[in-house]
Design a protein around this ligand. Structure first.
Ligand code: CP
Length: 311
């Protein structure tokens, strides 16, 4: 695997191999000396045109744990502000020695263009493109579900409910593809204006209300961030209505099973899609997701730059 642009780049077996590799690499993060020489001499660039805390920092730490050199590109202080294009920027970074470019961009398809139009020969990893995909988020979510549910290789028989702003969510798209590939049953619930038409074609059952979806006793409830920044000015969005109908509030928290896993990709809008009580509940795996992000990104970097899984 040279690039990771979409979950569609993976087969079931290659996804399982990446998850196994991440599980093995997570042990490195428990050691006193938390580094491996695997990528010594390689340069990795974080090319982020949108803000990020978890993804950018975990890719940086992941690359350093594998002994790569890491450069963080800051779009605001770069020549992007003088009009330099994505293509010219990437070619400049490659001329400076980048072996892998991790790209986050507001345009869906940006990572695909870098990888497949022959603009650069470096490995490209998609760290989120518009509302299209965020494949490493889905991998870290699958790793978290595997751990929390003690499942084997795959996620056969596990019921995952994804709730909220599906329309703007690259996390939802990548998760629907990956979790289905691994055998989970994925359903979605959200307001009609925020659930794209035809989503059933991706294999997901759609619920019109949160409470109806909870009646199905999901094993995992994945809450999505309401992406106010991606809504159009004329979109009608009522915070009050959203909280009443779609928030994982104290009442709905009481409807979850004792073993139900609560997930959220972050950053959380506490008090909007998720209450403080739910975010802090013992069933919440939010910080486990962040921790697993590091191991998954080590596994992906190792895979694309060495051509091998770590195990
Ligand atoms: N989940 C996620 O992508 O978070 P960041 O935007 O902080 O990277």
């Amino acid at each position: 695997m040279k690039h990771l642009i979409s979950i569609r780049d993976l087969t079931r077996d290659s996804a399982v191999a990446l998850l196994d590799s991440a599980q093995q690499l997570s042990q490195v993060n428990q050691r006193t000396i938390k580094s491996l020489p695997a990528l010594r001499g390689k340069t990795v660039v974080n090319l982020f045109y949108e803000n990020s805390t978890r993804t950018r920092i975990s890719f940086e730490i992941a690359a350093k744990r594998l002994s790569a050199d890491v450069i963080n590109f800051d779009a605001q202080s770069s020549s992007t502000s003088k009009g330099e294009s994505l293509k010219d920027t990437a070619q400049t970074l490659e001329a400076l020695g980048a072996a892998a470019i991790i790209v986050r961009h507001p345009m869906s398809g940006a990572a695909h263009s870098l990888a497949n139009r022959g603009w650069v020969s470096a490995s490209i990893i998609n760290a989120g493109d518009g509302r299209h995909e965020h494949p490493t988020q889905a991998l870290l979510d699958a790793m978290t579900i595997r751990q929390q549910k003690n499942s084997g290789d795959d996620l056969a028989g596990i019921k995952v409910l994804v709730v909220g702003d599906i329309e703007h969510s690259r996390v939802a798209r990548s998760n629907m593809l990956l979790l289905s590939l691994l055998g989970a049953t994925v359903s979605v619930a959200g307001p009609g204006t925020l659930v794209p038409e035809g989503i059933e074609a991706m294999g997901a059952k759609v619920y019109k209300t949160f409470d109806e979806a909870l009646d199905e006793k999901p094993d995992v409830v994945m809450m999505l961030r309401v992406q106010l920044e991606r809504m159009q000015k004329d979109d009608t969005f009522s915070t009050r209505e959203y909280i009443a109908n779609w928030s994982l509030d104290q009442t709905r928290l009481g409807l979850l099973g004792k073993e139900t896993v609560i997930m959220h990709p972050g950053p959380m809008n506490r008090g909007l899609e998720i209450s403080n009580q739910a975010a802090n509940d013992p069933r919440s795996a939010v910080l486990r997701q962040v921790e697993n992000g590091l191991a998954v990104r080590m596994a992906v970097l190792h895979r694309v730059l060495s051509g091998e899984d770590s195990n």
